[in-house]
Design a protein around this ligand. Structure first.
Ligand code: MLT
Length: 306
């Protein structure tokens, strides 16, 4: 069994796989070279940098690759339907990064509520702007969570523990005591902080008309996918003072984010680091190991004589 980890793999996971007699190549190949080399591997492991599109999947079909593992949650860099039609299995690691993302979101909420992002920059410039940084507390405020899966629920738990009221909207009916399920319009109008935890969408969930009905001075946090927020509408709303601030970890054009967002004084920006903690990466490694071992057992089982 041979694995290509095209966007890296924790050393501990590589070692565990080696002990199970599974060979792992940790190399990054760009598209053309990857297409030429992929035929030699049983499993491809990617993070978000490698785009697994129809061309790459076609190359796998005529080789031996039977499993693609996304080390992370979002599958938007993989043409899942195309792969499955070619009988190539696609798996992700959905259980590992919820806490890491939720902690980043909570940190960002407090950052933008207390101007920490601005204070950091101004103090490095030798300024002492104490009078400009009177913020608001998150205690007693309402946070609206759009998308109430594992990550959304982890955010809710932490926000609630810090004294926030939680409302949420999810496209599927979910009933969890302690949190109020509302329609999206109600969430937008009643929340002081709005944080999004959905998968990627074809059209933005938050655009001009959604921002228009938000509270004046509301804060928006996006650690989901860049395309769920209309970036131009966001910039306009910040410029006009409609929104009090935003914290943005994900961008429509990664790794080349819109400079107007990165340089906006009301935005706290991070380079898609929601899952980037030692603990989350360890857990992701463990999930990858389990997926590989289960796959190998199933694969060997299929080839046993009956
Ligand atoms: C994910 O989908 O798991 C996150 O966006 C983290 C990542 O891809 O780095």
């Amino acid at each position: 069994m041979k694995i290509l980890a095209n966007d890296g793999m924790p050393a501990k996971t590589k070692e565990m796989l080696r002990e199970a007699n599974i060979e792992v190549d940790v190399n990054h190949y760009e598209k053309e070279e990857l297409i030429n080399r992929i035929k030699a591997y049983d499993i491809l492991v990617v993070r978000s940098a490698t785009k697994v599109d129809a061309d790459l999947i076609d190359a796998m079909e005529f080789g031996k690759t039977k499993l693609i593992i996304r080390a992370g949650v979002g599958l938007d860099n993989i043409d899942v339907e195309y792969a499955r039609n070619k009988r190539i299995q696609v798996s992700n690691t959905p259980n590992s990064s919820s806490n890491a993302v939720a902690e980043l979101v909570l940190g960002q909420m407090i950052t933008i509520a207390r101007f920490m992002h601005q204070a950091n920059v101004s103090m490095r410039n030798g300024e002492w702007n104490k009078k400009e940084y009177t913020g608001v507390e998150i205690f007693g405020k309402t946070v609206g969570i759009i998308g109430f899966g594992r990550i959304g629920q982890a955010v809710a738990q932490k926000a609630s523990a810090l004294g926030m009221d939680v409302v949420f909207y999810d496209r599927y009916p979910i009933n969890i005591s302690g949190y109020k399920s509302v329609q999206i319009e109600e969430l937008l109008t009643c929340s002081d902080f709005i944080t999004i935890h959905t998968t990627a969408t074809d059209t933005p969930l938050i655009g001009e008309s959604e921002i228009e009905i938000m509270k004046n001075g509301a804060f928006l946090i996006n650690a989901a996918r860049g395309n769920v927020v209309d970036e131009n509408a966001l910039i306009l709303a910040l410029d006009m003072g409609k929104l009090g601030g935003a914290a943005i970890d994900v961008f429509t054009n990664e790794p080349h984010p819109n400079p107007k967002i990165c340089n906006h004084p009301k935005v706290s920006v991070t380079p898609h680091i929601g899952a980037a903690t030692m603990e989350a990466q360890d857990r992701i490694g463990d999930e990858i190991y389990r997926l590989v071992v289960d796959f190998e057992e199933g694969f060997n089982g299929c080839h046993k004589a009956v």
